[in-house]
Design a protein around this ligand. Structure first.
Ligand code: C2E
Ligand code: CA
Ligand code: CA
Ligand code: CA
Length: 281
C-alpha cells in the first residue's frame, strides 16, 4: 500500500499536473483556432547546392492563441493528431501554401516547388488526396510544383488506402519526400517500394556534423543516407544547415539540397518575398 501511495504522489506531482493541464488547454484552444484565424505559415527556402540557388520553399505552421501565446508545432501538432483536428488544420495548410505560392509566382518571384508537411493521420483520411488536388485547382498552383513531406512512420500504415492515396498524388505529379529521415524505422527494401522522390536527412545528424561537436557517427549516417538516395535514384536534402563548414562537407558528400539558418530562418510571407527578391538581384 505504501508503494502504491508513493506512486500515486509521483503521478500527481505538480509538474505532471501542469503538463496535463497545459495539454488540455491546448486541446481546447485548438478547437476554435481555425475559425478564429489563429494560424499562419512561415516559409523557409530550400537551396540547390550545385546551382547555389533556391529550388523550393517549405511551409511551416505557426499558431498564436490570444491567451496561450505562441505555441510551437512540435508541441501542438501531436495533440492535433490525437484529437483529429490535424485533418482540418492540415487542409488549411495545403490551401494556404498553394495560394501563397501561386501569388508569388504571379508576382514574378522564382522559387521552384512548394513543400508542405503532412501528418500520417491526414494520409489515413480517405478524401485526403482528392482534397489536395482540389486545393491545387482552386488556387491555380500546379500539382507538379507541390511536394508533400511525410515521415517514415506514415509508410508503416502500408494499407490499400495508402496506396490508393499515393496513386492519386503520383498521377497528378505531386512529389513526396521523407522527412526526418534516419530517425524512424525504415527497412530499406520497404522504402524503395514507395513513390518517394526525396529524402530529408534529419537535423539531429547535421548538427553533429562539423566543428568541435562533430561525431563520426553523424558523418557516417549522413554519408550513408546520401549514398542510399543515389542508389534509389532519390534526391537528398540536408536540413538544419547552420554553418558553411556543414555546407562544405555536404557538398563533398554529394548532397543535392540544403535548408537551414545559414540561408534563412523560416520567415513570414512578406519577408520571404523580400528574401526571394534579393536573391534574384
Ligand atoms: P520539420 O518538418 O523537420 O521542419 C524543420 C524544423 O527545423 C522547423 O521547425 C524549422 O524551423 C527548423 N529549422 C530549420 N532550419 C534550422 C536550422 O538551421 N537550425 C535549427 N536549429 N532548426 C532549423 P518548426 O517550424 O518549429 O517545426 C517543427 C516541426 O513541426 C516540423 O519539423 C514538422 O514536423 C512539424 N510541422 C511544422 N509545420 C507543420 C504542418 O503544417 N503540418 C504538420 N503535420 N507538421 C508540421
Ligand atoms: Ca519538414
Ligand atoms: Ca526534421
Ligand atoms: Ca519533424
Amino acid at each position: 500500500a505504501r508503494q502504491r501511495g508513493r506512486n500515486h504522489i509521483e503521478f500527481y506531482s505538480p509538474d505532471a499536473w501542469r503538463r496535463a493541464r497545459r495539454r488540455l488547454d491546448i486541446e481546447h484552444a485548438l478547437r476554435g483556432a481555425l475559425e478564429h484565424e489563429e494560424f499562419s505559415l512561415a516559409y523557409q527556402p530550400l537551396i540547390d547546392l550545385s546551382r547555389h540557388a533556391v529550388c523550393g520553399i517549405e511551409a511551416l505552421l505557426r499558431w498564436h492563441h490570444p491567451e496561450l501565446g505562441s505555441c510551437a508545432p512540435d508541441e501542438f501538432i501531436e495533440i492535433a493528431e490525437a484529437t483529429g483536428d490535424i485533418v482540418g488544420i492540415g487542409e488549411w495548410v495545403v490551401r494556404e501554401a498553394c495560394r501563397q505560392a501561386a501569388a508569388w509566382d504571379a508576382a514574378g518571384l522564382e522559387f521552384g516547388r512548394m513543400s508542405v508537411n503532412v501528418s500520417a493521420v491526414q494520409l489515413r483520411d480517405p478524401g485526403f488526396a482528392q482534397r489536395v488536388l482540389e486545393a491545387c485547382v482552386d488556387t491555380g498552383w500546379p500539382a507538379t510544383r507541390l511536394e508533400l513531406e511525410i515521415t517514415e512512420s506514415a509508410l508503416l500504415l502500408d494499407t490499400d488506402a495508402l496506396w490508393a492515396c499515393f496513386d492519386v498524388l503520383q498521377g497528378a505529379g505531386i512529389g513526396l519526400s521523407i522527412d526526418d529521415f534516419g530517425t524512424g524505422f525504415s527497412s530499406l527494401s520497404y522504402l524503395s517500394r514507395f513513390p518517394v522522390g526525396r529524402l530529408k536527412i534529419d537535423r539531429s545528424f547535421i548538427s553533429e556534423l562539423a566543428g568541435a561537436g562533430g561525431t563520426g557517427r553523424a558523418v557516417a549516417v549522413t554519408r550513408a543516407i546520401i549514398q542510399l538516395g543515389k542508389a534509389l535514384r532519390m534526391q537528398v536534402l540536408a536540413e538544419g544547415v547552420e554553418s558553411s563548414a556543414d555546407e562544405q562537407l555536404l557538398r563533398e558528400y554529394g548532397c543535392d539540397e540544403v535548408q537551414g539558418y545559414l540561408y534563412s530562418r523560416p520567415l513570414p510571407p512578406r519577408e520571404m518575398a523580400r528574401w526571394l527578391q534579393d536573391q534574384a538581384k
